[in-house]
Design a binder for this molecule. Sequence first.
Ligand code: PMV
Length: 357
Amino acid sequence: MKTITCTAPVNIAVIKYWGKRDEKIILPLNDSISFTLNQDEMCARTTVAVSPSFTEDRFWLNGNSYCSVLFAVFLLLVYSIVLSRAYISVRRRASKRKLEGSIEDILNWHVHICSVNNFPTAAGLASSAAGYACLVYALGQVYGVEGDLSSIARQGSGSACRSIYGGLVRWYKGELDDGTDSVAQPIAPPDHFPNLRIIICVANAGRKKTGSTDGMRQTVQTSRLMEYRVKESVVTRTEAMMEAIQDKNWSTFCDLTIADSNEMHAVCLDTFPPCVYMTDTSHAVASLVHQYNEVKIARGDLNHKVCYTFDAGPNACLFVPGAVVKEVLALLLRTFPPGPSQSPTEYVKGIPAQSAT
Ligand code: PMV
């Protein structure tokens, strides 16, 4: 029997991936940049075991068990096509090694996979990214696959390829039709912006109405604004973001992060029918951040600005310099008091953004 357990944290995009040029192997229309969170906080933990004594393939997700018949259905439907794609891709690479005679037996054994997220699944909190990155990495370890795993993780859920690495990561869209150059690469270490914290404001932990695959498809098919984003604005902004990261220019990093989140949600609204992910609460959080930043700008304190970004859901991710995290948490708690059943610490939680992954 061979068993491997891995954890992979979620990543939060500061330049968003939104729109595919190839839905089958998941090739994006633009490059994206993200920050992979701390290993101990929002993460997926996956154990992969292969054994000659297993009589069927089994899969557990967040405690729910799926046995072999359901496993196939499950592969097609839920976590899905994606899990099977990742599994097949890893095994395909492993088969190359089989020819070398090293892992012949393992490839014939059944596999058990157990995956748990320690945060809400499919609520626009990048759960799929952590899940697939973790799965691909764990399978890769079991079958001894070498080389770039980000292109396999990408075929699970696009953003998963960025969770393979820690710190700031860029996913290059690539130019080739076979996707071999559509890979993620680390661009700066986790502590690049020292003492950075991330606050996740959960406005709604339920499942999102329109999943990112459908949302992206509808946007690409119907939004004229999306054409402008893909051809012009996101290209320029990505290069500006690279420069801001290189120069450690926190103020510009914040402005670009906010601008890109707003543009992503603008193209979603420009979709027909519109994809609405942000709620009144989301807009209230965004507005609070702008008011906070105005005060910092007026004081010439640009290094203590805060930025927000929203994925395909209503929950805000705030990037907050450590020195002002208490002040920002206090402001959030005063503006959005917790309900009677929530303790303040459960309600908003400051997460260290920087630690090795
Ligand atoms: O990887 P997906 O299919 O879950 O899409 C993720 C899209 C966003 O989270 C909204 C943006 C991003 O770059 O992560």
